[in-house]
Ligand binder design. Structure first.
Ligand code: SF4
Length: 89
C-alpha cells in the first residue's frame, strides 16, 4: 500500500505570512523552501530574505499583466507558500 505524504498544506496561510511582505493582496508564508521559482518568474515582485532564504513579496503588482505574472508564480510554487487573499494587510 502506498502512503502519500503532503509537503505542504493546501494553500498559503495568511496567519503565517513572512513579516517582510509588503502590504497588499499577495504574500508568502513560512512554508517557502527557497526554490527560487517565484523570484525567477517574477523577480520584480518577489525577493529573498537572506537570513533563511524565505521569499517575500517586495512589491505588489498593479497592472493586469503584473497581476497575472504573480498569479502564475503563485500557481507554480511547489509548496503553495504564495497566497492572494485580497486583504490589504
Ligand atoms: S516558489 Fe514558493 S517555495 Fe519557491 S521560492 Fe517562491 S515562495 Fe518559496
Amino acid at each position: 500500500m502506498k502512503i502519500l505524504v503532503r509537503l505542504s498544506t493546501f494553500m498559503a496561510d495568511k496567519n503565517n505570512k513572512n513579516k517582510e511582505n509588503c502590504t497588499g493582496k499577495f504574500y508568502v508564508d513560512d512554508q517557502c523552501i527557497d526554490c527560487d521559482l517565484c523570484r525567477d518568474m517574477a523577480g520584480e515582485f518577489f525577493a529573498r530574505r537572506d537570513l533563511d532564504g524565505c521569499s517575500y513579496v517586495a512589491k505588489q503588482p498593479e497592472t493586469k499583466d503584473d497581476i497575472e505574472l504573480c498569479e502564475d508564480a503563485m500557481e507554480s510554487c511547489p509548496v503553495n507558500a504564495i497566497g492572494n487573499d485580497g486583504d490589504q494587510e
